[in-house]
Design a protein around this ligand. Structure first.
Ligand code: HSE
Length: 298
């Protein structure tokens, strides 16, 4: 038997919530087609949409490696599997590309084996995939890719993941400046010590953003979405970051920031039309754009 599973792109950090906040978008996303085979072990027969950049070797691919961890945990290393991976977003785009693939793979094996336990139980395996992809097992892409909507990682040890509500009238524009920013490198350049004064500013903003989501207060969401810790460093890797912010905010965006570790940027708006216009304008501003769409928080 076989299954096809789609998992969505995600915006991690959501500006001020480094490693603790993320949300899923309804497109783009990746698809995994998985089949049970008679020969024990995992094979990857096909990968599309990756410009030949991803390994077919199951020991080196994040999808197969995380599925292998799952199989070990349920004591099913005896089974045979074949995986096809269809990438529908660029690698290293800041849209949770590896997470979408990994989550689709894990959901596929869960479905094939008839495992009806809570999908959140797949998270530790998905985080193993992240660790392999960029050297750190953060959950702010994999958790929203798996659970949908807005997600807070309240704690990593022990893992405590909380789904958050969001206002119905919140729209998101995303554009991808066509430069490669590997997450591994984007994590290496950030400071690992911060001042208490800056921590106070940052956690005030995170609390403000989460409150705004619960209160459906888009003004509060907007004024809470500033990041004084990570964005000042990472924005240097993104072409015309501050100019793009000026354009988006000037057109009525509620907030603007880096998606994940970049280079994609996103803006929240109060209506779909503004999201579309901002996307178009930013696409015009950047000369080479691969994707750009108006995306609802799903
Ligand atoms: N929280 C992670 C980071 C997300 O910012 O490095 C990577 O997509």
């Amino acid at each position: 038997s076989s299954v096809a599973v789609f998992a969505p792109a995600t915006v991690a950090n959501v500006v001020c919530g480094f490693d603790v906040l993320g949300f899923a978008v309804n497109e783009p996303g990746d698809e995994v087609i998985m089949r049970l085979t008679n020969k024990p072990g995992i094979t990857i027969s096909k990968i599309t949409g990756d410009d030949g950049r991803l390994p077919l070797d199951p020991a080196k691919n994040t999808v197969s490696v995380s599925v292998q961890h799952y199989l070990k945990s349920v004591d099913r290393l005896d089974i045979g599997l074949d995986i096809e991976l269809h990438k529908k977003m660029p690698i290293g785009s800041g849209l949770g590309s590896s997470s979408a693939s990994t989550v689709a793979g894990l959901y596929a094996i869960k479905t094939l084996l008839g495992d009806e336990s809570d999908p959140a139980k797949l998270l530790p395996f998905a985080m193993k995939g992240e660790e392999m992809a960029c050297g750190h097992g953060h959950a702010d892409n994999v958790a929203p890719a798996l659970l949908g909507g807005f997600v807070l990682i309240r704690s990593y040890e022990p893992l405590d993941v909380v789904r958050l509500p969001h206002p119905a009238g919140l729209y998101c524009a995303i554009v991808f400046p066509d430069v490669d920013v590997p997450t591994r490198e984007a994590r290496q350049i950030i400071r690992n010590k911060i001042f208490m004064k800056d921590a106070v500013t940052q956690w005030g903003n995170i609390a403000g953003l989460v409150s705004g989501l619960f209160m459906q207060d888009i003004d509060l969401i907007g004024r809470s979405m500033t990041d004084i810790l990570v964005e000042p460093v990472r924005s240097m890797l993104i072409p015309d970051f501050y100019k793009m912010r000026e354009i988006a905010m000037g057109m009525g965006a509620v907030s603007f920031g880096i998606s994940g570790s970049g280079p994609s940027v996103f803006a929240f708006t109060r209506d779909e039309e503004t999201a579309k216009l901002i996307t178009q304008k930013l696409q015009q501003h950047l000369t080479s754009i691969k994707i750009g769409s108006n995306i609802y928080v799903s």
